[in-house]
Design a protein around this ligand. Structure first.
Ligand SMILES: Cc1cc2nc3c(=O)[nH]c(=O)nc-3n(C[C@H](O)[C@H](O)[C@H](O)COP(=O)(O)O)c2cc1C
Length: 360
């Protein structure tokens, strides 16, 4: 029995309805390539890279696969934090810096890459699929990407966001359920009111838009992919499931914590980056909790905690790492510890087939 195909998978020539979710700080070129070469859609998160860095990553991907792939960016403006805002943030972060042997925090030259320049690079590189989160791309920019031959995916955490992406010309909606690991994509309304579980969110988004919808959040195995397809998704976007593969280069303690995670192990927090994100609860999250709603907004806090997270990685201090993971994390325990992406993709395909057979 062939795996289910959809308008989305057929359009891109995918043989499995799986997107490896873009993962800044965790995904790699090799991870994306392995997924694309296995018939899914590999993604590479490029939001931290300057335009020339994006060009290099894309050249690297193109050397390693001739299959379609996705490049992902955060839609964001370059902020200018006030001296007062920074001073307060430094006071909260300096104790952690001291514990890690870092000098006191200083203002930075820049807090993120220039989004307009990154977008120009995507247009120039004519990427097969481009996806966006944290904001809404204007219609003219989407049209430029279409002229460059790209399929445009917009992330939505509720129906109004999905409708806004559709109105501006996006080709596909990525519906991000509250279960998902990593940052919330919310850009309209409060983060709290957008914490909608995928089971409720997905059919409401599917019923509201005319363009294909892909589903993200808590999908860890073939059952989950089948469930997403049954609810109207045209593919499943999975992040956490790929974090424990052999190709994943995340810190070994982060991998181990994912495999050991209970269903209650994750929380959402703003303390690492200034934007709500789901990860494994740890000491940094707990100690900074009192300031959660006062830390500078993304990307300022993210830039300010960057060297704390780097130092924690080098010093083997997972209690200060941002260990993003979704609510399904513990389901990775059922897989071999050193499972390769090729093996995982084969298993997911077989489980998906089994799930559909069960009900046919
Ligand atoms: C470590 C990590 C980093 C992520 N970074 C990004 C990112 O840069 N851009 C993005 O659109 N989504 C990002 N996500 C979300 C994933 O692409 C995906 O939608 C999500 O992981 C799906 O939920 P799951 O983790 O429950 O499978 C990230 C998720 C994780 C776990």
């Amino acid at each position: 029995m062939p795996l289910p195909s959809t308008q989305f998978t057929q359009g891109l020539g995918l043989t499995v309805p799986i997107i490896q979710g873009p993962m800044l700080g965790a995904g790699t070129v090799d991870m994306a390539v392995a997924v694309s070469n296995a018939g899914g859609l590999g993604s590479f998160a490029a939001s931290s890279l300057p335009p020339e860095g994006i060009r290099k990553a894309v050249q690297d991907i193109r050397q390693k696969t001739n299959q379609p792939f996705n490049i992902n960016l955060f839609v964001q403006a370059s902020p200018q934090p006030t001296a007062q805002e920074l001073q307060q943030a430094f006071e909260w972060l300096n104790p952690f810096r001291q514990e890690l042997g870092l000098p006191p925090a200083q203002p930075l030259d820049k807090y993120c890459e220039d989004f307009a320049a990154q977008l120009d690079m995507l247009v120039e590189l004519r990427i097969p699929v481009v996806s966006f989160t944290f904001g809404l791309l204007d219609a003219a920019s989407i049209e430029r990407l279409h002229q460059a031959g790209s399929v445009v995916i917009g992330t939505a955490t509720h129906v109004a966001e999905a409708l806004a992406w559709e109105r501006n010309g996006a080709d596909v909606i990525c519906a991000q359920g509250a279960e998902a690991g990593g940052h919330r994509g919310t850009f309209m309304g409060s983060y709290e009111s957008s914490m909608i579980g995928l089971m409720s969110l997905l059919p409401q988004v599917v019923d509201s838009v005319r363009i294909p919808v892909v589903a993200a959040g808590g999908i860890m195995d073939g059952r989950g992919i089948a469930a997403a397809l049954m609810l109207g998704a045209q593919a499943a976007q999975m992040g956490t499931a790929f974090l424990t593969t052999a190709e994943s280069t995340i810190h070994p303690a982060w991998k181990a914590h994912i495999r050991q995670a209970a269903d209650t192990a994750t929380q959402t927090t703003k303390v690492f980056s200034g934007r709500s994100a789901r990860g494994l609860a740890n000491e940094f999250m707990q100690r900074m909790k009192a300031h959660e709603h006062e830390v500078p907004a993304y990307p300022v806090q993210n830039a300010l905690t960057h060297d704390i997270r780097q130092a924690a990685r080098s010093a083997n201090r997972p209690e200060f790492l941002s260990m993003w993971a979704g609510q399904g994390a513990g389901l990775t325990r059922t897989r071999a510890e050193d499972i390769s992406i090729a093996q995982l993709m084969t298993q997911l395909g077989a489980e998906l087939e089994q799930s559909f057979k069960r009900y046919s």
